[in-house]
Every structure is written in C-alpha cells, then in structure tokens.
Design a protein around this ligand. Structure first.
Ligand code: ATP
Length: 320
C-alpha cells in the first residue's frame, strides 16, 4: 500500500494525538504517503485532508484532543454518504483507511469495508472502554485518572462537613469509568447502567459505614443512570446526612494522556499501519492480556460489552 488515510471520529479521547503520530510516523517509515482527514467522516465526504509529514506530528504526543478534529457525521449512515466517501478515497488514490474512534466510528468503517471494499483498520479511541474485544480503549486510563484527581479533592471537603458526595462521571451505556474510578478512589458506592440500584440498600450501606466510623461518603454515578443532581435529590429524601451533587463533565475528555494511554497509542498506531503494509484490512486493533491483538472488524462490532461483576463485588468487599 502506497497511500493511506487517517481520521479521528466520534467523541475525542486523550491519546488520539499520540495515535495520530504513531500512524503517521509508521506510515512514513514504510515509505507510504499518509493523508490526515479532518473532522472525521465529514472531512472524508467533503474531501478535507492534508498530507502529513514527519514534522506535522511534532509536539503532539503529550496533548489531549485531536489535531485532526473530530465530528459526528450522520451522512455516513446513508448509502449516498458512503458513496461520496469512497469517491474521495478513489480520487485521491488512498488505498487504506485508519479510523480512530469508538463503537459508532467502527460501524462506519465496517460499512466502508463490507459495502465498498475499502480496507480499514480501527483503533479504539474512546474514554468509555465500551468495546468488548479489547481490555482497554485509548483515553480510558487518562479519563479515570482525571476523575480520581477530582474525587480526591471532593473527599477532603466532604469529610470536613461530614457529607455525602454524589459524583457523576461519563458513561451512557457502560459503567467502566464509574467502576474503575470508584474502586481506585475508595468510593463506597457506584451506580452503573448495568446494575439496577436500590436506594434503601444504598442508605443502609451509608448508615453502616457511618456506624463504622466514616465521616463522609462518595457515590460515583454513571451518567447513563441519571444526573448527579437527580440522584442527590432522590437520596436526600431518604437520608438526614447532607448530600452534594458534582458533575465532572467534559474535563474527563481533556488533558495530557497518561503513560498507559501513550503506550497504547504508540502500539495501536504502529500495529494498524503494519497491518495495512502487509495488505491486511478490515481489522481492529486492541489489547488483550497485555498483548496487542487484531480482530475482524465485523466480529468486533458485533460483540456485546460484558460488565465486570467481579470488580463490582471487589468494591463492595473493600469499601464500606
Ligand atoms: P464515542 O464512543 O466516544 O461516542 P463513537 O465513535 O462511538 O465514539 P459515534 O457518535 O457513535 O461515536 O459515531 C461516530 C460516527 O461514526 C458517527 O457520526 C457516524 O458517522 C458513524 N457511525 C455511527 N454509528 C454508525 C452506524 N451504525 N453505522 C455506520 N456509521 C456509524
């Protein structure tokens, strides 16, 4: 393959820039031309792209966000949109496409592969960690660390006032950010979309922790369940302790990527281009049991994310 394209799509995630760098540098290493497509599939449809050089990706490994910008593109869901995207690739002589994004972005890549024969490689870039085939997605580690930093600060003030803090983190359908942030911050309770919650049980656990000498409580709620505001209101109706809601919000998406995310970015980006260089397309890259893996894109998008109940029980056994 002599010319490849690269885009970032869907929600941005820390480490996307580091992955862009790895893709570009690996492509140049193999003597390929690499085109950076701006604003995800929208830029592909509109033919908005630039050739990437060695120095185009200097000084970005440490930056959050994505230098190529990202977008959600409804037009790609239509056959007409897909036809325009493929026309751009043909006109430009681009033989393979690297897509950095989440579940939805992979479905777009799958459509281009299945319907139009475009060799695509997906790199899992999303803070949600909602893809079953890979143990971790790019950006998840940094997002959880951002949550931890803020929850640590909340704990200080909640303990001083002996309050209950309800902290809303991102995750519409997947509770992994809440699960990992909850365990790592020592939160007493997490509320995730995968498990129905019982407010009386939560009150019982709060009361038990106070009887055991605790002076504050942290409850981490995934946004897919309800807002911190709504949850705090519900809880305040059934407890005499003072409850305060906090929504962490979009700061979770920003910031300099952690070491773990930069390592993933380097390895995912490198692997993606190695595959294209070998003439292999229609794959996604990931990490499983500490090894970089690749898998058929159609199979990967059809897998349903499983919740880690053992980790959930771990939290219940160690935080009370
Ligand atoms: P995140 O997990 O961070 O939200 P994502 O990649 O899942 O990232 P989406 O908004 O779901 O984000 O998808 C990004 C883009 O991928 C969409 O705007 C659309 O262009 C394309 N896409 C999404 N779903 C599909 C689908 N079912 N079929 C084809 N293309 C899709």
């Amino acid at each position: 393959m002599k010319r490849i394209g690269l885009l970032t799509s869907g929600g941005d995630a820390p480490g996307m820039n580091a992955a862009i760098r790895a893709v570009v540098r690996t492509g140049l290493y193999f003597g390929m031309e690499v085109y950076g497509i701006r604003r995800g599939y929208t830029g592909l449809i509109d033919d908005d792209m630039v050739p990437m050089e060695m120095r185009s990706v200097s000084d970005i490994v440490q930056r959050g966000g994505t230098m190529l910008r990202t977008a959600r593109c409804l037009e790609l869901l239509t056959k007409e949109g897909q036809r325009k995207a493929v026309e751009t690739l043909d006109r430009r002589g681009i033989e393979g496409l690297v897509v950095i994004g989440g579940d939805g972005s992979f479905r777009g890549a799958r459509d281009l592969t299945e319907g139009w024969g475009v060799p695509t490689i997906g790199i899992p870039g999303t803070i949600d960690n909602d893809l079953e085939y890979t143990d971790y997605t790019l950006g998840f580690d940094t997002a959880v660390n951002t949550c931890l930093d803020l929850i640590n600060k909340l704990r200080d003030t909640m303990t001083s006032h002996e309050r209950i803090s309800v902290v809303e983190v991102m995750g519409r359908r997947c509770g992994d950010i809440a699960l990992y942030a909850g365990i790592a911050s020592g939160a007493e309770i997490i509320v995730v979309p995968e498990i129905a919650f019982d407010i009386d049980d939560i009150v019982m656990r709060i009361n038990r922790s106070r009887a055991n000498g605790k002076h504050s409580n942290i409850i981490v709620v995934a946004e897919g369940v309800m807002s911190a505001e709504a949850f705090a209101k519900k809880l305040q109706e059934v407890t005499t302790y003072s409850v305060r809601p906090t929504t962490i919000g979009h700061v979770q998406r920003g910031g300099s990527p952690s070491m773990a995310d930069r390592m993933l970015a380097a390895q995912f980006g490198n692997k993606a281009v190695r595959l294209l260089n070998e003439g292999v397309g229609n794959r996604v890259v990931g990490i499983h049991k500490n090894e970089i893996i690749d898998m058929d894109i159609i199979e990967a998008v059809s897998m349903k994310k499983k919740f880690n109940y053992e980790l959930y029980e771990t939290l219940q056994m160690i935080s009370y």
